[in-house]
Write a protein that binds this ligand. Sequence first.
Ligand code: GCU
Length: 339
Amino acid sequence: MKKSKTLISLATAAILSMSLAACGNGAGAEEGPAAAKSEFKISLNQTEEHPNYIALTQFAEKVEERTEGRISMEVFPNAVLGAQQETVQMVSNGSVDMASLSGTQMTNLNKDFQVLDMPGVFADTDHQAKVINNQDVVGDLYRSVEESQNMVVVGGYTQGERHMYNGDKPINTPADLAGMKIRIQESDLQIRMIEALGGEATPMAFGEVYTGLQSGVLDAAENNILSYYTTRHFEVAPYFSKTNHLIGVDLLVINADVLEGFSDEDEAIFREEYLASVEHFNSVWEEMNQEAQKKTEEGGAQFNDADQAAFQAILTKFAQESLATETQLAIYEQIQELR
Ligand code: GCU
């Protein structure tokens, strides 16, 4: 439900005039439009070379420019503000304004997000692109956590195809996963997915995976090629097997009070520039993936094509059994119509 922007603006104006009065005419006092400027933090768990950082940083610059500094955002990479599971809570309670969160994390807040995080839902990334920023399909889902968690999903960037990697051998069929401790993102759906494939699911924060693989706490992990490269997981798990078991999404979430504080005009700019950033992200994504494969191969990684049909045979059944609610089924149907 929308709160009154007028009330919030009045409150903001009151606080602002009090703090300006407190500053007096001293060195800290600001005048003109800069006085109304607000700084917002975006939490990201990727490095500065990842396209998420590149696209979000340019998004921040464009919004700041077009709003004449009324919305100023800074992207904090490398999970310095916290791992995704913590930042979900931080966005909810307002201690962080925005975060790039894997769709997986959202399934822990509202199970209906499962429909975006399920194997086989998307034919490919082009199909996914028709969905993840399409308000007719995902608009209600993206607003579904406003009341309960005080946050709203703005939109999404693709994570591309996710594959498996380990330090022991190429994976060809699901049978090769038997007895392997495989790191997955922290969610019930992901745990059950690995179990359905015959592996041992080990949920863990993204930032802990390198040492997990290195120390043997984990045998394997799964991710896209780009993250495999930027995290340098290839150094400790050189067998990269293209299983394409899932096409994931990274969602930009914003604290609902922060969004509410934007004027209608600024919110429109914010949303327009986010959509422009999706285009920007997509324009660098493919090339950077190819580059990542080349660089990891130079670093010793060995790629193989797994028997994707064998994976899909299990995962299609798994997905059908996992679509739990009427909302999920309805969104799933809409997604399939866009294939
Ligand atoms: C991808 C994704 C991240 C996510 C990570 C993970 O790299 O972009 O948002 O955290 O996978 O496996 O945890």
